[in-house]
Design a protein around this ligand. Structure first.
Ligand SMILES: C[S@@+](CC[C@H](N)C(=O)[O-])C[C@H]1O[C@@H](n2cnc3c(N)ncnc32)[C@H](O)[C@@H]1O
Ligand code: SF4
Length: 384
């Protein structure tokens, strides 16, 4: 029998002021006025459709992600979150995160976001260097990034995350470490430290910039990691660092193969249905226009898929192996409904290759496995 994991809610906001050349998120440059009220109406109508499948389950975290949710004023978020509370049971200590772009915030509004119930902010800083921000096509400079962090803190958000990217075009080791230093000076609770990747169908894919080579990137990762560890941060996932007690509950739930409702344009969701012995993945219509039009007949869903046994195995390990914490096969079986014996040969192979380590019933990713994470993950690709 499938066991129910914790449940989260992801809400997608698909607009940005401008599209960044490296970004493959479902985000669209805003031309004209933000259809603020209609979008909130659509989100609440969209949520209604999911309710029968999650009846009575408390929601442990909400993530307002994008795109750029901070384009929406606090009043819109207040209406949205009130609507969510009226429809779902929120855990009393639910983590409610909103992503914000330093170039879009009216700084006096952070208090109002707090009043709306948002208790965690994630700021897309990327780098403090004006030169690199320009190459990345960001709509803000380093000073705006600093002002945004100060405003978040002044509004009383102790629990905030800063997104940094590293291995940027033409970036030196010192510059990468300097970004980490500058971020640490603001005492964030959490730091997401992303290796810049060139994603298909982006401007950077069409016109690739010159990036630091593999060895230089590895040196940056090591040096930045060392600095973060010295500052008391734990790396609990490949790109995620947190002070003790400040791990993002929402992100942890994804990586632990938890359940999440995904509403809003292009949002993905995953729901376990033990009574039907099924795990389903959902995907909403991507483009904001058809998504908004779906308000007329509640046709928000683009795709719904029941995961096969092999899908479950791959998705569980794809996510779970990113985490530093060990796992055991009992947890795997409870959350996927698949007998441990079906994955033992693959786990043994990973052990033999030195990519996993075992202590009793617990497995953890070895230092080698972390360095060659892709090689480890592909061992769990669908067979056949
Ligand atoms: C949805 S965005 C965050 C909020 C807001 N849209 C912003 O950019 O300020 C999520 C984060 O993903 C990271 N990201 C986006 N594209 C990336 C890429 N190609 N490689 C690495 N990190 C990327 C950036 O750090 C970004 O802040
Ligand atoms: S602002 Fe954020 S979501 Fe929007 S295009 Fe840039 S990185 Fe992507």
């Amino acid at each position: 029998m499938l066991q129910l994991p914790p449940l989260s809610l992801y809400i997608h906001f698909p607009w940005c002021v401008a599209k960044c050349p490296y970004c493959d998120f479902n985000s669209h440059a805003l031309n004209g006025e933000l259809p603020e009220d209609r979008y909130i109406d659509a989100l609440l109508a969209d949520l209604e459709l999911e309710l029968p499948r999650v009846w009575g389950r408390p929601v442990h975290s909400i993530f307002l992600g994008g795109g750029t949710p901070s384009l929406f004023p606090a009043a819109a978020m207040d209406r949205l979150l009130s609507g969510v509370r009226a429809r779902l049971t929120l855990a009393p200590d639910a983590e409610i995160t909103m992503e914000a772009n330093p170039g879009t915030i009216e700084h006096d509004r952070f208090e109002d976001y707090r009043s709306a119930g948002i208790n965690r902010i994630s700021l897309g800083i990327q780098t403090f260097s004006d030169r690199h921000l320009k190459t990345l096509g960001r709509i803000h400079g380093g000073d705006e990034a600093r002002r945004a962090i100060a405003a978040v803190r002044a509004a009383g958000f102790d629990n905030f995350n800063l997104d940094l990217m590293w291995a940027l075009p033409d970036q030196s080791l010192d510059e990468a470490v300097n970004d980490v230093e500058q971020a640490l000076a603001y005492a964030p609770a959490h730091l997401s430290h992303y290796h810049l990747t060139i994603e298909p169908n982006t401007v950077f894919a069409a016109r690739p910039p010159t990036l630091p080579d593999e060895e230089a990137a590895w040196d940056m990762q090591e040096a930045c990691g060392q600095r973060l560890a010295e500052a008391g941060f734990d790396q609990y996932e490949v790109s995620a660092w947190a002070r003790p007690g400040a791990i993002s509950r929402h992100n942890l739930n994804y990586w632990r193969f938890g359940d999440y409702l995904g509403i809003g344009a292009g949002a993905h969701g995953k729901i376990t249905l033990p009574a039907e012995d099924r795990i389903v993945r959902t995907r909403r219509k991507s483009h904001p226009r058809p998504y908004l039009k779906a308000l007329e007949d509640a046709s928000f869903m683009a795709e719904e898929k029941t995961l096969s046994a092999e899908d479950r195995i791959f998705e569980y390990f794809l996510n779970r192996l990113r985490l530093g914490e060990p796992f055991d096969v009992g947890e795997f079986s409870a959350l996927t409904g698949i007998a441990a014996s079906q994955v033992t040969p693959r786990l043994d192979r990973a052990l033999a290759l030195g990519l996993l380590e075992r202590s009793g019933e617990r497995y953890s990713v070895s230092a080698r496995g972390n360095r060659y994470l892709n090689d480890l993950q592909v061992l769990f690709l669908p067979e056949g």
